[in-house]
Design a protein around this ligand. Structure first.
Ligand code: PEP
Ligand code: MG
Length: 834
């Protein structure tokens, strides 16, 4: 390993020119006896042959082979030029000049370290300005970082956490983790505690290593760090979700498979895949097989190859800036975030290091990059989690972008000549964004999955898409007439004239339906015969109220107040909460607002509350149970609500996770005390029906509450004993299971006997079948996510209450959720909003 005594580091230097900087760094080497005086000529000569700018403001001047005899002892010297010095013709500014005198290959280790520094802008900035030579020593010497994942933690402090992210450890949280560790300094590792690769570890700052662990939601892992402070910071950040929304639907939670809404009568063949984006189109097919890039191993001078790599990475980064701007303008910033994540993949330290390692072993840059990324793509493809495996497609996309730069290849236009249904082995997110609706009617890929970014972009574009259709689709000749039904996951080939006609009619119906739903979104929610069903939105922040109202929402049926506690590191104060409740109530302009008290526990962890870990968190101190244990949280919240209610009579209060009558009485008594102390008015009080016991004693509860709101997400999980976050059980965890419907039926009957109303704020309310059946069961309010409001209202308008009641009665007698759904579909179709 190379040594770097402080005599070979000069901080705070100034240099008028590149030659001046080289002379100064050579002087350091000469003074320390590493080189004979003439070596500087070799360094300058070398610069004439090839610019030694490495990237990120670092240059590595070194002598020519002819001047190697002037080296007395291999060594390096560092000249820090905080004000910068112009280096190449491209106008690069260098702030760290690392002079190298290498008689053999001992400096390769240093180069590996340098590439690590290169990938880390914060570290480069620090080293370019530091006044402590020890920082430079530490960064450029020391252990060579391993290129392969370590096994088992090696750092002294460790703790166990369970990954809470619904989509597992994907690029965005992994980037957040890496940035956190870098900003704090020190080292942290993650080690998988379960599964086939149990015991495998990753450095927390290396994106690809971390992704390669294949951490899905619920995976137990050990975090280890070199200091207790760093350990606490990392475990807290992981528990808080690293910026992810922990209430989002988990991976693989696609709706239960439905029979297609529309089916042709006489087609040549049907290709079946997985539905990725809804829509029905008629057109002709075209194959799209991206030209494979020919990557040969052309070894060159390792330094030049490393520089080529740096240039290619920078060019790819700049290209992605363009894609981000383009996609933001066309489809919105959220879709563009995918390409920001690609930039992170590009900067992944582990990949860059691995590539440089291969370059230093004598391989060309393109070959080395392909090999380094190829290994990681293969690792990701192996993971049995569809979301993480889908990231392989993203990395493949990034790989191609960089290789194109290294090989000087331009991506050809995908096709010309009218919009087509594109058939491809797989499409990269870049392809999909580049194509757009003017060239594409929709697409079918042989591979891929519904959670891939390609599928997400297709949904954003409003293009129907089917993925994982199998390799047969690649045999379909160009120009084959076809109908693509994205919702059904089917491609129909060579349809009859009559089928094309019927598909076009169906298209018209769908388009008119969407337009009609939107146009009528401000009408009050009601069935065709005028039975009123309020359609409200589930939103958590006053800032979202405008969008909800614009979408047609008639109020807020569920404000999940725990969100005021997440995404921060301390408890929001009473005033802060009151301000938020007031703002929400005000924004709704008199429409009802149902504030739900804190529902922490289960999957919703708030790290800074220091709650004890529970083996069965969904069955433990969750929701109201936790609030009883923590008056320091509960009382300020109740006071904030009571104060706001003095001015806003539209405020309702609701308690989550009520499982006994005593739970409700106790919660009400506490609120009544708070209310009296503050001289606040009575507030309508409701309980959530999300535990089967609550539904079963709904009669007793109904006598005392003002309303019920059914939380179908939890009611389903507790009724069927299926973890709502379990990826393998996702398809079965269907609220349309007759057992769940029976409990809702009991609840509604009990409420009606006492003249109380029942709403539903769980996911089933926003599902069309759910909305119709729940209405048939007697539910009077449906609270759904904002984009679902118009569609739910439209679905209700298509039916009369007696029809829905008859359907609901039949549904209660079905043996399974599929049978319930099958029951509703054909009737819904018959009455499509035309
Ligand atoms: C539910 O359980 O259906 C519900 C609405 O509450 P949450 O999803 O917040 O648990
Ligand atoms: Mg719930």
């Amino acid at each position: 390993m190379i040594d770097l005594p402080q005599t070979l580091i000069r901080l705070g230097a100034q240099a008028g020119s590149k030659a001046d900087a080289i002379a100064q760094v050579a002087a350091l080497l000469t003074a320390a006896g590493r080189v004979a005086p003439g070596y500087v000529e070799g360094m300058l000569a070398r610069e004439q042959q090839a610019n030694t700018y490495l990237g990120s403001g670092i240059a590595i001047p070194h002598g020519t082979p002819e001047t190697r005899h002037l080296i007395r002892q291999t060594g390096i010297a560092v000249l820090q030029v905080p004000g910068g010095v112009q280096w190449g013709e491209g106008g690069e500014t260098v702030r760290l000049v690392v002079g190298i005198a290498a008689a053999s290959d001992e400096h390769l280790d240093l180069l590996r370290r340098l590439t690590r520094v290169l990938g880390d802008d914060a570290l480069v900035d620090k080293l370019s300005a530091t006044t402590d030579a020890g920082d430079v020593q530490a960064a450029l010497t020391g252990e060579r970082p391993a290129n392969t994942p370590d096994t088992g933690p090696t750092l002294p402090y460790s703790a166990q956490v369970t990954l809470p992210n619904p989509l597992g450890m994907h690029a965005r949280p992994a980037t957040g983790l890496a940035n956190l560790v870098r900003s704090r300094g020190g080292r942290a590792q993650l080690t998988r505690d379960s599964g086939e690769s149990a015991g495998e570890s990753a450095d927390a700052t290396r994106l690809m290593e971390v992704l390669g662990l294949g951490l899905t939601r619920g995976t137990p892992l050990t975090v280890s760090a070199d200091s207790p402070e760093l350990l606490a910071a990392v475990t807290d950040a992981i528990r808080a979700g690293l910026g992810d929304d922990l209430s989002a639907a988990p991976a693989g939670q696609t709706p239960a498979r439905r029979e297609p809404d529309w089916a042709p009568q006489a087609v040549g063949a049907t290709v079946e895949g997985v539905a990725a984006a809804d829509g029905l189109v008629v057109g002709v097919t075209r194959q799209h097989a991206p030209r494979p890039l020919e990557v040969r191993d052309d070894p060159g001078d390792p330094l030049q190859e490393a520089a080529r790599l740096t240039d290619a990475l920078a060019a790819a980064h700049a290209e992605l800036d363009g894609v981000v701007n383009d996609v933001s303008a066309k489809f919105g910033a959220d879709k563009a975030a995918i390409f920001r994540a690609h930039q992170e993949l590009l900067a992944d330290e582990g990949t860059v290091q691995d590539t440089v390692g291969r370059i230093l072993d004598g391989h060309g840059a393109a070959w080395a990059y392909q090999a380094a990324t190829g290994t990681r793509i293969a690792q990701l493809q192996k993971l049995d989690d569809p979301t993480l495996a889908a990231r392989a497609a993203d990395l493949g996309d990034v790989q191609r972008r960089v290789l194109r730069q290294l090989l000087g290849v331009h991506e050809p236009e995908v096709h010309s000549g009218g919009p087509v249904i594109l058939l491809a082995p797989d499409l990269t997110p870049s392809d999909t964004a580049r194509l757009g609706p003017d060239t594409l009617l929709g697409f079918v890929t042989a591979l891929g999955g519904p959670t891939s970014h390609t599928a997400i972009i297709a949904r954003g574009l409003g293009l129907p898409a089917v993925v994982a259709a199998g390799s047969g689709v690649l045999e379909v000749p160009d120009g084959t007439p076809a109908i693509l039904d994205g919702a059904a996951g089917r491609l129909y080939l060579n349809p009859s004239e009559a089928d094309v006609h019927s598909a076009r009619q169906r298209q018209d119906v769908l388009t008119r339906g969407r337009e009609a739903a939107r146009a009528a979104r401000f009408e009050p929610g009601a069935t065709r015969d005028g039975a009123r069903v309020e359609v409200a939105a589930n939103i958590n922040r006053a800032a979202d109220a405008g969008a909800a109202l614009e979408a047609g929402a008639e109020g807020v049926g569920l404000m999940r107040t725990e969100f005021l506690f997440l995404e921060r590191d301390s408890v929001p104060g009473e005033e802060e909460q009151e301000a938020e409740y007031r703002a929400m109530a005000l924004a709704l302009e008199g429409r009802p607002l149902i504030i739900r008290t804190l529902d922490i526990g289960g999957d919703k962890e708030v790290p800074y509350l220091g709650l004890a870990r529970e083996d069965n968190s969904f069955l433990g101190l969750r929701g109201i149970r936790l609030c009883f244990e923590r008056p320091d949280l509960f009382l300020p919240q109740l006071r904030a609500v009571a104060r706001a209610a003095k001015d806003y009579p539209n405020i309702h209060l609701m308690f989550p996770m009520i499982s006994t009558l005593e739970d409700f009485r106790r919660a009400r008594a506490i609120f009544d005390t708070v209310r009296r102390e503050l001289d606040a008015p009575e507030v309508p009080l409701g309980v959530m029906i999300e535990v089967p016991s609550a539904a079963l004693i709904a009669g007793a509860l109904a006598a005392e509450v003002d309303f019920f709101s059914v939380g179908t997400n939890d009611l389903t999980q507790y009724t069927l004993a299926m973890d709502r976050l379990h990826p393998q059980l996702a398809r079965q965890t269907d609220a349309m299971h007759p057992a769940v419907l029976q409990l809702i039926h009991l609840t509604v009957q009990a409420a009606e006997r006492h003249g109380k109303w029942v709403g539903v704020c769980g996911g089933a309310a926003g599902d069309e079948v759910g909305a119709l059946l729940l209405t048939g069961l007697g539910v009077r309010e449906l609270s759904v996510s904002t984009p679902q409001v118009a569609g739910v209202k439209a679905a209700l308008r298509g039916r009369t209450l007696p029809e829905l009641q008859a359907l609901a009665r039949e549904a209660l007698n079905q043996p399974a959720a599929e049978a319930v759904r099958a029951l509703v579909r054909p009737v819904v179709d018959g009455e499509a909003v035309a």
